[in-house]
Design a protein around this ligand. Sequence first.
Ligand SMILES: [Zn+2]
Ligand SMILES: [Zn+2]
Length: 396
Amino acid sequence: MELTKDALMPLIERAYDRAVSIRNDLHMHPELSEEEVRTSQVIADTLRALGIETRENIAGHGVIGTIYGRDRTRAVGIRADIDALPITEELASPICSLNPGVMHACGHDMHTAILLGTAMVLNEIRDELPLSVRLIFQPAEETTGGALPMIQEGILNDIQVDRVIGLHVEPRHETGVVEFIPGVMNAAITDFDITVNGKSCHGAHPDKGIDPIPCACDMVLSYQTILTRRLDPASGALITTGSFHSGTANNVISDKAELIGTIRTLETEDMELIKREFPAMIDSIAKAYGCTADIKLRDSYPNLKCDTDLLDILIKTCEGLLGKEKVVINPVSSLGGDDFSYFCHHARGCYYNLGCHRPGDEKVYSLHSSVFDPDEKCMLTGILTEVMSAIELMNN
Ligand SMILES: [Zn+2]
Ligand SMILES: [Zn+2]
């Protein structure tokens, strides 16, 4: 069989129908990050039923499958994330979540079903594939990140996986559209916890204690100046204070204030600079108020930059499949994060956005919304682009 879109379309359409019912089932049974027990079972059962070599319980509930092509030592990797969010679904739909307080509001049910559909197609044509395929179903994207621990368990090494692709649904674009972001796609992330220690006393006698609240307020305002005065103004970076807690009563000076937040930068060097300046500034402000501060910085995901050669190949492939007008090249980076970035740092990676807005639908919703309502038809574009991109990479 020729490995062209026309020749493969009947297989892709059949896989799409099955992917839709798998997605409906996953959507009704969402599971939180690190708790993806049933989801990984569905994935493993589906792969095994296809006769695909499958390994489970990698870095928690991660699953991998391997489709062997002619070269059994090298593989192209395709990644899907599988976890859901602590959100109560507010859509009245026949596939509404049956798990109260948990919802697939980031489309990971679709990513999973699309990759299973892709697996069905590639498995049928495995004898004609020059290389093998490593299917990567990754847990915990929304919290601690399953990508790095899976990589550390060797999933890119037992068979040589030097290129990994993946996709994310995107409601800013209509079904049938894909979007590529050259340059930095997502930010590097470091989260912080700060405890400002003062000394409690009666609210009528602040001179008898040390009030941590003005000190913490000063910190919240001052650390923004690292961004505006220390970084190149053209660089993309932010510090968000997500929570500020202190005190229990109207007439008591609290003994401490707690701040938590997130630092995000597009470039790694900017993050390094902030990680030096931020604790130094917190310490000096604490001292100025007679307080002390405990600071914890926790590195989260690194920035996500697609490999330029892979970008070229995928963009050309998608333009050929969908038409040039359906392939958006967006130069604007996002300060969101995605742990697909680890695949770009440990191998060469290419990530793209899959439009999922129902054409003509006037409803506006975003990822992580309780009324997130993506068009299931985007999964056909998802399977088509994953299958053909994998084949194209094997030929390169
Ligand atoms: Zn998400
Ligand atoms: Zn997501």
